[in-house]
Design a protein around this ligand. Structure first.
Ligand code: UD1
Ligand code: CA
Length: 474
């Protein structure tokens, strides 16, 4: 890239190469999820939404994994990952983008992959302030009640910027400063790449600090501005698991606010765990302890009771999912009732009005309109027609130890309790299977199938048995 397209053009650099030692994790820090998406994903999405003409995530630690995530998630977007082979510091990280940004005349926005709550609003405010001030270098700052761990912003006696000092390099007096560097900057491209090569690593951590460009710019008489943002939550950084939980709580609140604005009732928003991107229709009521993940879509007028987790599923209008259910890649067409304690596994598809009751597991099976599987059953690899009643304790024996086989049940059939359907098997429409049967062969439509040992009653047996056993027998 050479020249920015017009006065408002900007490129974004996302610092995402660090290991994140303080996370104590196998996973690169920026891949830790916040409301279901890796932190770096939130930051890249923000840069793209804010209108960056190009986005350069700098990757290093776990580069392949981070790259896969960024490339996968933003197909078609102007995103180019840049590899920082050795993580020598934030200043060095930005410098690795030089081959891409050398000669770029626009503004360069710098975001951190571990500051995931940034919004396009904040970016727009920063860019506008930078331009209004005449360019140079602008640092976003916030006032924190507890500034521990952050770089402190130093000002001179008249409040003009004087530099940034990392906590590890700060004097006790400097540590008293509550205005911190958020790790978000905008700089004129040529100025940035003129200053960066001058950054040295003579500090407590032996790193090339990006923050040192502030002092260097001031020393050269280049314009430096501080842009104070009034919402400290938006720039919380994640260095530890405790920070991650804090950030997750903020994002969770934002997601909950969005759902409520859309007409959903959240009985307790703080205890409702919904991934970014999940949609919920109006008049749906969500009880505490519900988790909605991935590409889940919940319709209107549904009720989700406590302890429900739904992942990558579609739940149609008017469905009720009772306490303690797990749904994964399932589909409910609407007006369904599920649970309590039901397990809908991938490929479970409940057509309109179908009901699945307590302790029922359904996998790769269609349950037809208005059909019921109300108690303690397993229905797998099956096609169940409309208005079928499947009695308690019915099992589709779909697996012979090597292969899976299908069970087909026609419309209006009645399957008595404690039936085993040994697949492959077909029960015709309107057929009745007697309770306690083991069905190994097809049942014609309208037929009764019964397969169980005939009952035998032995008259007077109990009295004879007691007499033999003596007075202790019950
Ligand atoms: C940094 C700032 C600090 C600021 C804080 C805000 C510096 C020197 N310090 O500190 O002033 O208050 O952010 O959250 O910049 N990274 C790379 N390559 C590297 C090193 C880091 O890409 O060689 C990435 C990390 O993955 C991370 C980001 O840069 O996403 C910030 O690095 P981190 O080590 O977390 O810096 P902080 O100590 O938080
Ligand atoms: Ca950090």
């Amino acid at each position: 890239m050479t020249v920015g397209d017009g006065p408002g053009a900007f490129a974004a650099v996302i610092l995402a190469a660090g290991k994140g030692t303080r996370m104590r994790s196998e996973l690169p820090k920026v891949l830790h999820a916040v409301c279901g998406r890796p932190m770096v994903h939130h930051v890249a999405a923000c840069a793209i939404q804010a209108g960056a003409e190009h986005v350069y995530p700098v990757v290093g630690h776990g580069a392949e994994r981070v790259m896969a995530h960024v490339a996968e998630r933003f197909p078609g977007a102007p995103v180019t990952t840049v590899v920082q082979e050795e993580q020598l510091g934030t200043g060095h990280a930005v410098l690795t983008c030089r081959p891409h940004l050398e000669g770029y005349e626009g503004s360069v926005l710098i975001l951190s992959g571990d500051v995931p709550l940034v919004t396009p609003d904040l970016v727009a405010g920063l860019l506008a302030a930078h331009r209004a001030a005449g360019g140079g270098l602008t640092v976003l700052t916030v006032e924190l009640a507890d500034p521990t761990g952050y770089g402190r912003v130093l000002r001179d006696s008249v409040g003009e910027p004087a530099g940034i000092v990392e906590e590890k390099d700060a004097t006790p007096a400097q540590r008293q400063v509550h205005e911190i560097n958020a790790g978000i900057y905008v700089a004129d491209g040529p100025l940035l790449f003129a200053l960066l090569p001058k950054v040295s690593s003579g500090n407590a951590q032996g790193e090339y600090y990006l923050t040192d460009v502030v002092g260097l710019a001031l020393a050269e008489g280049a314009p430096v501005h501080l842009y104070r943002w009034d919402d400290p939550e938006a720039v919380l950084g994640v260095n530890s698991r405790a920070d991650l939980a804090r950030v997750e709580a903020v994002m969770r609140r934002r997601v909950a606010a969005g759902l409520m604005a859309g007409g959903a009732t959240l009985i307790d928003p703080e205890r409702t765990y919904v991934d970014l991107g999940v949609t919920v229709g109006p008049d749906t009521v969500i009880h505490p302890g519900v988790t909605l993940q991935g590409a889940t879509v919940i319709g209107a007028g549904c009720t989700l009771y406590p302890g429900v987790r739904i992942t990558d599923s579609r739940v149609g209008d008017g469905a009720t999912v009772k306490d303690g259910c797990l749904l994964t890649e399932a589909r409910l067409d609407g007006d369904n009732s599920v649970g309590p304690n039901a397990h809908l596994r991938p490929g479970a598809h409940l057509m309109r009005g179908a009901r699945v009751g307590n302790f029922v597991e359904v996998k790769a099976a269609v349950i037809g309109e208005g059909s019921k599987v109300n108690h303690l059953s397993y229905v797998g690899d099956a096609e169940v027609g409309a208005h079928v009643n499947i009695g308690a304790g019915t099992i589709t024996c779909n697996y012979d130890g090597t292969h899976k086989h299908r069970t087909v049940i026609g419309d209006g059939a009645f399957i008595g309790s404690d039936t085993q359907l040994v697949a492959p098997v077909t029960v015709g429409p309107g057929a009745v299977v007697a309770a306690g049967s083991t069905i190994t062969g097809d049942v014609p439509g309208g037929a009764l199938a019964i397969s169980r040992t005939a009952q035998r009653n032995v008259e007077g047996w109990v009295a004879r048995w007691k007499a033999k056993k003596g007075p202790k027998a019950h």
